[in-house]
Design a protein around this ligand. Structure first.
Ligand code: C2E
Ligand code: CA
Ligand code: CA
Ligand code: CA
Length: 283
């Protein structure tokens, strides 16, 4: 309105960004109300570092957008968290995970229970009715717990926003039989002392500590310390983002219990993973 070129340019660029973002938000609202099938799950296995057995499948959401193609969660999860849309989206993700587990019950020969782990955002953790929603979805799905168990991943940053409430919620989820993991461990600001208050089973060491593990003595020291501490507190440890055989060997040597990363498998649709699982379980 001032008529100055630079300001106008700036305003236009801002306007473009705001409009684009608003469009994504509207598209998501529309999809959640009328076409939830646009959202689907890919699964990435977590394997036991000693045996190479698949012990868990992490559910990672994808959005098949009608115009923009397959969107990665980094393109829409932050917006969904800010707007609160993560709550209905999260409920749908949980339902999808249960549907998938139910289908696998028919299609897989499972020798021992497989965990299916779902990411929970802080907004979901703060919902007073989260536990009710989860237990309703679970009992509705009627999954055989001797074959599939649901698990949840929460980041320390989200848990630390309200540690007391989070601890209570996590304990209730655990009482339901869910396996709990602290995700992206090491990237937040949590005090190590808090660890003992959280009723979790597993600590997932963030990929940023794994990427340079081969040539960074600092990262090696951090990973060793986390493993030592986690084991002392009776937690198991997963290393995220393992991409090379050398890294896997190193982490196994460092007593990391489980590994996850492109080396073993990328996140992929269930159909492709089923083949892998049946090969393993049939052995
Ligand atoms: P995350 O939970 O830490 O998931 C791990 C991310 O690292 C995934 O990205 C995965 O594809 C990627 N990754 C796995 N192995 C490797 C590797 O070896 N190398 C590299 N470079 N990357 C690897 P993705 O699927 O794009 O998900 C990104 C983030 O979006 C997730 O990080 C999680 O925070 C969030 N997210 C994904 N699905 C959901 C969901 O269903 N609900 C919620 N609340 N958040 C989700
Ligand atoms: Ca995760
Ligand atoms: Ca993670
Ligand atoms: Ca991470």
């Amino acid at each position: 309105s001032s008529g100055r070129g630079e300001y106008q340019l700036f305003d236009e660029r801002m306007q473009v960004q705001v409009t684009a973002r608003l469009r994504v938000e509207n598209d998501m609202r529309h999809a959640l109300e009328h076409d939830k099938e646009q959202f689907c799950l890919h699964f990435q296995p977590i394997i036991e570092s000693q045996s190479g057995d698949i012990v868990c499948l992490e559910a990672l959401v994808r959005w098949q957008h009608p115009e923009r193609g397959l969107l990665s969660p980094i393109e829409f999860i932050p917006m969904a968290e800010e707007t609160g849309l993560i709550v209905p989206l999260g409920e749908w993700i949980l339902e999808l995970a249960c549907q998938e587990a139910k289908r696998w019950e028919q299609l897989c020969q499972i020798q021992r229970p497989l965990d299916i782990s779902v990411n929970l955002s802080g907004r979901q953790l703060a919902q007073a009715d989260l536990v009710t929603t989860i237990s309703n979805t679970l009992s509705h799905a009627n999954i055989d717990p001797s074959r599939f168990r649901l698990g949840f991943e929460v980041t320390e940053t989200e848990v630390m926003r309200d540690p007391a409430t989070a601890a209570t919620t996590l304990q209730t989820l655990r009482d339901l039989g869910a396996h709990l993991s602290i995700d992206d461990f090491g990237t937040g600001y949590s005090s190590l002392a808090y660890l003992k208050q959280f009723p979790v089973d597993t600590i997932k060491i963030d990929r940023s500590f794994i990427t340079h593990i081969m040539d960074s003595p600092a990262d090696q020291a951090i990973v060793s310390s986390v493993v030592y501490l986690a084991h002392a507190l009776n937690h198991t440890v997963v290393a995220e983002g393992v991409e090379t055989i050398a890294q896997a060997d190193k982490l196994r040597e460092m007593k990391v219990d489980y590994i996850q990363g492109y080396l073993f498998a990328k996140p992929q649709p269930a159909e492709q993973l089923l083949i892998l699982i049946n090969q393993q379980q049939g052995r």
